[in-house]
Design a protein around this ligand. Sequence first.
Ligand code: ZN
Length: 283
Amino acid sequence: MKEGIEAKLVGSNPARQSIYARLSSGTNEKALVLLNHIDVVPVAANEWTEPPFSGLRSGGYIWGRGALDMKSIGIAELMAVIDLKRRRTPLRRDIIFLGVADEELGGLHGCKELLETHPELFANVGYVLNEGGYNETWAERAAFWGIEVQQKVPLFLRIQVKGFSGHSASPPNDGGTLSKLIDTLEAVEKIPTPYRVTPAVARYFAILGAFKNDYKGEALRALSKKLDLNRVKVLPDGYRSLLQRLPLAVARYDRHHADSRRRLHELLAADRDGGRRHSPSRR
Ligand SMILES: [Zn+2]
């Protein structure tokens, strides 16, 4: 690279390459990854008032698919790395810049592939900074740059039911597979996904709450001290989700399959044992 930072493209698919660079510190401290994704979701160009890949600057905005998600952060991370290099800042730990392909497609040729096929790239990594968190604007001015301090653990469930599908004009007596599927979804929907306030989120809410004079600020400040379901309810989804350990995402659950049943129960048991909690939380 022009700045004298050694960088390389990695990935098996020439059309879906990721970019990796590591600033070496010479210490054994756990490395920090500045992670971003360089792909974007598709565009329907006719829905755009400006060309979606133009990067046009107009009216105080940059117009482009991915400007928010997440080229802005990618560029900020890149500039941070360049700045460290230009200033010859002595580093306490290695800093890794990683712009990955395919985040919008489940990381297939991005994070997933790199972790599986290039574990050496992540040697001695201890920390990752990535996208997430709400920014808030008041009258078009940034009032608050959000830093999300807690991540959720999604539980993906794929549901399979077996039986006769039948015809809609003459369905089987028991309702057939569709009815079994609905029963299962109902059971999944009833699984409690409890709330808890971790110390990191409590601190985040306290600081954020101090910025707000409205009911949200009041809820955030109160929740930073004590879990209260009535206050949880008034929070926007983005903040509320930080209180959840286990958002259920249904992708695979076979109630006749011991493995899925065991995995589900393990996760729920782990959740019951861990930290402060309250249930049920499903809205
Ligand atoms: Zn993103």
